[in-house]
Structure formats: structure tokens, C-alpha cells
Design a binder for this molecule. Structure first.
Ligand code: BT5
Length: 277
């Protein structure tokens, strides 16, 4: 029996519009699609096409990114033909202040898609990481163009490690990164995974637009690894430890510092404090 998404020797792992469209079950997401062999960053290209008028649901995908990026200009390692590096153009009619909610909508959607595909307990780490076996398997980068009171467009970039082996990661992330193949012990067909993700993402997005953020939050709370844990918080200004108590309706993390003060965290890096033995 063919396992979902499993890569068989006789079927090459192609990431072409034809291959992707074969498995697409969405109405909007990915119906317009541009595939590149090499690009600077799919987020950058998505912003360019959005500026030129690309409609909601346009997907930009590349085999390889020369300048794949994370938050704060950090590098996203995007080697050729081993991962899914793609970006989606969205034009939601929501307040610009609510834009970070979309990062959570996409994280929940990708997490659900991967859990359905692999049966592995993929977990969410605030604000934009997906972890498997305590290592990062996927990162999400949301970028926004807005006026004071309305969104022009939003780009959500998703980087998912799929078929890398340990030696494919550079030394700097070798101990903290993992791929689907490393977790499951076999290679995957990226086009099929992409179709699953786009399907879950569209469902989650439409449900968010009609029902609001509260049900995303409920799901995020169920799938996350951050809440209730002792965490180390690093922001531009300071580093401190505390307990991650909850997230609020904007997706901010509420951290109780050891002094008792509760901090509302809009951005920053959070790592789980290792337990002392
Ligand atoms: C993120 O940033 O996790 C967001 C990554 C988004 C990448 C996608 S790929 C498609 C689209 N186009 C782009 O140019 N970007 C998006 P952040 O939380 O800042 O994490 C970045 C950190 O993750 C780096 O500093 C490394 O430590 C680590 N890292 C880099 N590449 C990685 C990889 N392939 N797997 C796991 N960790 C990685």
C-alpha cells in the first residue's frame, strides 16, 4: 500500500506546476502558482508579485533560495531539492493590528497537515516554529504591507525541511534542525506534502475569517510546547527567564518573570529552559 506522501524510487520528486496541480484540492490557495529553480527569496518574489497585483492565494515556490530569510534578516538554509520553500499572498480584510494572528493560523494549519501525514507529534513553539523531537522542522515568516487601517497584502513564507539528512544541514544548525525524512525514516514527495498543507491552510484561513481568532487560539494551545514551561526570553533589549503563562488575542506571549511581573511579549525568541537534574 502506498503511504501518503511517501517517495517511491519510480516516481521522481518533482516540484512543477503540473505535478502540484494534480494533487491540489483547494479553491483559492495555489490555484495561481509560480515555480522557480532558483530565487533570492520566495517571500521577496511574493511581495513583488503582490505589489504588481497578484490575487489572494498566489503561491511562489522555489527549489532553492539564494537568500532565504527568517525574522530580523536571519538566514534560512534552503538547499536545492530537499525542502519546501514557498510563500503565499493573502489579502485579508482584517485590521493591520491583527496581522500576527495569521502566523498562528498558518502554524496551526501546517502542524495539523504534518500530523495527519506522519502521525508524529509535531509541536508549535511560540511564535513561529514547528518542532519535531525538540528540533526545528519548519519556520514561518509573515510580512505585511498596510495603510493605517487596512492591509494591502500579506505574505506568509513557509520553510519546511523535507528530505535532508543530518549532513545536509550546516554545522551551525545541525543540532537544532530536523527534516521529515529524518523523523520518519523515508523520503517524501514534496508536491504531495505541499498540496496537503495548502488544503489545511485554506480551510483554517477561511474558518478564521468567518469565525475569528478564538478557535485558532484553542487549537494552538492544544498543539504548543511553550505554555506552562520555564522559558528563556531574548529580545533586542534583554534576556530573562520566566514562566510562559498564556497567549492573548493578538498572539502575544504572556511571560511571568521570576520577579512576579507579567510581560506581554509581541516579538522575540523563546527557548525552553532545560530541566535541571
Ligand atoms: C523563521 O525565522 O523560522 C522563518 C523562516 C521562514 C523561511 C521561509 S522559506 C520560504 C520563505 N522565503 C523566505 O525567504 N523565508 C520564508 P526565525 O525564527 O528567525 O529562525 C531563523 C533561524 O532558524 C536561523 O537563525 C537558524 O538558527 C535556524 N534555521 C535556518 N535555516 C533552518 C532550517 N532549514 N531548518 C531549521 N532551522 C533553520
Amino acid at each position: 500500500m502506498k503511504q501518503k506522501g511517501r517517495c517511491l524510487k519510480e516516481c521522481p520528486d518533482l516540484l512543477t506546476p503540473e505535478e502540484i496541480k494534480l494533487g491540489l484540492r483547494t479553491k483559492i490557495f495555489g490555484q495561481q502558482l509560480q515555480c522557480y529553480k532558483t530565487i533570492d527569496s520566495t517571500n521577496e518574489e511574493a511581495k513583488r508579485v503582490a505589489l504588481a497585483g497578484a490575487g489572494e492565494g498566489m503561491v511562489i515556490i522555489a527549489e532553492r533560495q539564494e537568500r532565504g530569510k527568517g525574522r530580523l534578516g536571519r538566514e534560512w538554509h534552503s538547499p536545492p531539492e530537499l525542502g519546501l520553500w514557498f510563500s503565499l499572498v493573502l489579502r485579508p480584510q482584517i485590521k493591520p493590528a491583527h496581522v500576527s494572528q495569521l502566523t498562528f493560523v498558518s502554524a496551526v494549519a501546517v502542524c495539523k497537515a504534518l500530523r495527519k501525514l506522519t502521525d508524529f507529534p509535531v509541536l508549535l513553539k511560540w511564535p513561529n516554529d514547528l518542532l519535531c523531537m525538540d528540533k526545528k522542522i519548519c519556520g514561518i515568516l509573515t510580512e505585511l504591507s498596510a495603510e493605517a487601517d487596512r492591509i494591502n497584502y500579506l505574505v506568509i513564507g513557509i520553510g519546511l525541511n523535507v528530505n535532508q539528512e543530518e549532513q545536509d544541514f550546516p554545522p551551525v544548525i545541525k543540532d537544532t534542525a530536523i527534516s521529515l525524512a529524518m523523523v520518519t525514516g523515508h523520503l517524501w514527495q514534496r508536491a504531495e506534502i505541499l498540496c496537503h498543507i495548502l488544503y489545511e491552510f485554506e480551510k483554517e484561513y477561511l474558518s478564521y475569517l468567518s469565525k475569528g481568532f478564538s478557535q485558532t487560539l484553542l487549537q494552538w494551545r492544544e498543539l504548543n510546547i511553550t505554555l506552562g514551561k520555564e522559558v528563556i526570553v531574548s529580545t533586542k533589549e534583554e534576556t530573562y527567564t520566566g514562566i510562559a503563562e498564556d497567549i492573548n488575542e493578538h498572539g502575544c506571549l504572556l511571560v511571568r518573570k521570576n520577579t512576579g511581573e507579567v510581560v506581554t511579549l509581541w516579538a522575540g525568541d523563546v527557548s525552553l529552559k532545560p530541566k535541571a537534574f
